[in-house]
Design a protein around this ligand. Structure first.
Ligand code: ZN
Length: 159
């Protein structure tokens, strides 16, 4: 008889999204994303960070001050990184797992990439204009989204 306590697809892909987020150098926010095909193959992953060649030690991680002194001018979000990291063809019809609800800028990229479903974990910025704008665009474009349902399972890895 087969094992009964294997992890579900949602636990697997959301787990991978969180694992990807652990690669982020951002001292305040770590977000990870995982894009999968409709037959549950992982197509791409990403986390928030500076573009290639932009040093994590030289570019700013600050959240306040002149725009050029903050991370906001430079950071690429996990969802956009996951989309851009995919070089295999089209993401049309794929599903995105992400540890935090996508902002409006990422929503534009998600829509234009043809991603059809978003599974998100945290929605802690639900009341902010960027998240409201994001949801407005996703709904208009017919992108479905639903919140990941926590199972309470504790998954540990000895590294
Ligand atoms: Zn974003």
């Amino acid at each position: 008889m087969k094992r009964q306590d294997y992890i579900s697809w949602d636990e697997y892909f959301m787990g991978i999204a969180h694992l990807a987020g652990m690669r982020s150098k951002d001292p305040n926010t770590q977000v990870g994303a995982c894009i999968v095909s409709d037959d549950n193959k992982i197509l791409s992953m990403g986390y928030n960070g500076f573009p290639r060649g932009c040093s994590d030690d030289e570019f700013p991680w600050e959240r306040e001050g002149d725009v050029l002194d903050t991370k906001y001018a430079f950071v690429t979000h996990s969802e956009l990184n996951a989309i851009l990291n995919y070089r295999g063809g089209t993401l049309e019809g794929s599903k995105l797992y992400v540890s935090l609800f996508p902002c409006n800028e990422c929503a534009k990229a998600i829509i234009q990439a043809g991603i059809k479903t978003i599974v998100y974990d945290s929605d802690k910025y639900a009341d902010t204009p960027t998240t409201l704008a994001s949801k407005k665009m996703l709904k208009a474009a017919g992108v479905e989204f639903y919140q990941y349902k926590k199972t309470g399972r504790k998954i540990t890895l000895d590294m």
